[in-house]
Design a protein. Structure first.
Length: 561
């Protein structure tokens, strides 16, 4: 009898022992050190991996996987038998990091320390199907040794003319190194010095005159940097820094994420006793101060006005009127070397200094008798009074408008305007007796590809060009032409500066363009201010890329199987 009892007890023990082994956790890998934020585990190679195998003798079931993070034996977060959801039946299955993090829904962020993460399978009746397997890991401080931003422009000890400081000023800096995974806010601050102060004292005791935050950008443009003359106790000396912050406004990087400061000044503060030698400087009075009416220079027919960066473009005045306020209205021509021709320009109420350097307003290309089209720079918007307003207006084209301009350039060109056939070296076209007016066409080796220059502006400190391009696409039932707009590219007499500007899709396009409804249709969206399809550059490289797209499915694809 005792032997029978012992045998029965042994059978019960074996049954109890075998019950938790219906599912075997073959492998549970946990990285030794993990980030504090659970969401960051998704981008951490080899963060979590669990492989399980069901016993062949077990019938199909939907097991429950309980996954918990513990510290000192106490459950910190994770699911429970009452909150865990069943997983689909399997024979062998591997759970990746994303699947396992999905079971840690109430786990957001862990403090620095040592933890264990434990996994165990249960049945729907809450019976153990596997043994519990636990793995230890550490959460260490995620503070990296980031190099703070470095100021680029304005460069240290930069000396601005009065006209330059009254124009929009662009501040540039380098990004954090290495690049953080999360978004970075760069906070630009500018301080104005007072009498008896150095830069560090101004930063410590004065309120910034400018505070501006930009997200994931390495530049910021400031309008109206100075709001009045630099009179005692204020100096025309300034100092600026950039600080890198995370989304909670905490500093990122060494030195609290703050760049080494740069200083700049305005000539009427630092050069009071030195005559102005830069052609872009306003003339100074005998005591070294600007005259009461700045930039009252005049011009006559036959004179040359210099515009653009460092006055690099020369505008030959053909007609000019002196307005009652001393500003100038008229027209002329500009030679653009890389076009090997002259272009017609006009101006309204501009200002020049005594050296005939443009200091306020804008000089723009003349629109010819061709098709009507949108322009960013209108003669009414480029007066001296509007010089402090951004002149890069919003323009939105359509494919039909682009096509109309192409047709006009192909078939209705008047005034002898030649189409440039683009080659690796553009041959000089014949210069017509009258200067070219806009639009102006460039044809590529593929006769269906065009680039149309629509307008150019010459400002006091830069010159810009807008153009349209057309490309024939044959990837569909019917061929279609796409229009692209190139906006605000800087130019110089010998080149286009392709290190800045923006090219964007002008109109939505459906792919594929099938006659009958396709199973799936993609609509690439035209560009808008911060969305749609575009690519944007500046002097630091690619600044923004947008890919706006709608995707549509047929009802057939949504029927349950």
């Amino acid at each position: 009898m005792n032997k029978i009892i012992f045998f029965l007890l042994l059978l019960c023990f074996q049954a109890a022992r075998s019950q938790p082994n219906q599912i075997n956790i073959v492998n549970f890998t946990v990285k030794n050190t993990l980030p504090a934020k659970i969401d960051d585990w998704l981008s951490t190679p080899g963060a979590l991996l669990l492989s399980a195998q069901k016993s062949p003798q077990v019938r199909d079931m939907k097991p429950i996987l309980v996954l918990q993070i513990r510290s000192g034996g106490a459950v910190i977060c994770g699911n429970t038998l009452s909150t865990a959801r069943p997983v689909d039946p399997f024979d062998v299955r591997t759970f990746n990091t994303a699947e396992l993090i999905g079971m840690l829904g109430n786990c957001k962020e862990l403090k620095e320390g040592t933890y264990s993460i434990c996994a165990q399978f249960f049945s729907g009746e809450r019976k153990e199907l596997s043994r519990e397997v636990c793995k230890e890991f550490k959460v260490e401080s995620q503070k990296k040794d980031y190099a703070p931003p470095q100021n680029i422009a304005p460069s240290n000890d930069k000396k601005f003319t009065e006209n330059e400081i009254n124009s929009p000023v662009t501040f540039r800096w380098t990004p954090l190194v290495p690049k953080p995974r999360e978004a970075v806010t760069y906070r630009l601050r500018v301080w104005q010095l007072m009498q008896g102060q150095n830069g560090m004292q101004a930063m410590k005791t004065n309120q910034p005159i400018i505070t501006k935050d930009v997200d994931n950008l390495n530049q910021a443009t400031i309008f109206n940097l100075t709001t009045g003359p630099c009179m005692p106790p204020y100096l025309c000396d300034f100092i600026w820094t950039v600080q890198a912050l995370d989304k909670q406004a905490n500093p990122i990087g060494n030195n609290n994420g703050i760049s080494d400061p740069n200083t700049f000044t305005v000539n009427n503060n630092k050069l009071k006793t030195v005559p102005a030698t830069n052609p872009g400087d306003s003339s100074l009075t005998g005591n070294g101060n600007p005259p009461a009416v700045a930039d009252s220079g005049t011009a006559a027919v036959g004179d040359t006005i210099r515009a653009g960066q460092d006055g690099e473009f020369k505008v030959a005045v053909k007609q000019v009127t002196i307005e009652t306020d001393g500003s100038l209205t008229g027209n002329g021509t500009v030679t653009v070397d890389w076009l090997s021709t002259n272009i017609a320009v006009e101006f309204k109420k501009i200002r020049i200094d005594s050296t005939k350097r443009l200091t306020a307003g804008g000089i723009i290309t003349v629109q010819g008798p061709g098709p009507s089209y949108l322009k960013a720079w209108l003669i009414s918007n480029v007066t001296a009074a509007a010089a402090t307003i951004p002149l890069d207006g919003i323009i939105n084209y359509t494919n039909n408008q682009v096509d109309n301009i192409v047709d006009w350039i192909n078939n209705d060109v008047t005034l002898g305007q030649p189409i440039i056939n683009y080659q690796s070296n553009i041959p000089p076209p014949p210069i017509p007796g009258n200067a070219l007016k806009m639009p102006f066409g460039i044809k590529f080796s593929n006769p269906d590809d065009f680039l149309m220059i629509t307008e150019i502006i010459f400002k006091p400190n830069e010159s810009k060009i807008n153009f349209l391009a057309q490309k024939l696409f044959t990837k569909g039932v019917t061929d279609y032409k796409l229009g692209f707009a190139g906006k605000y590219f800087k130019i110089h007499p010998h080149s286009i500066e392709f290190s800045n500007g923006r090219v964007e899709l002008v109109e939505d396009i459906d792919v594929p363009n099938l006659a009958s409804d396709p199973k799936m249709k993609f609509t690439f969206k035209k560009a808008a201010a911060q969305n749609g399809c575009y690519i944007e550059w500046d002097s630091t490289g690619v600044k923004n890329i947008g890919l706006g797209m709608d995707v549509k499915f047929t009802r057939d694809w949504l029927l349950p199987v």
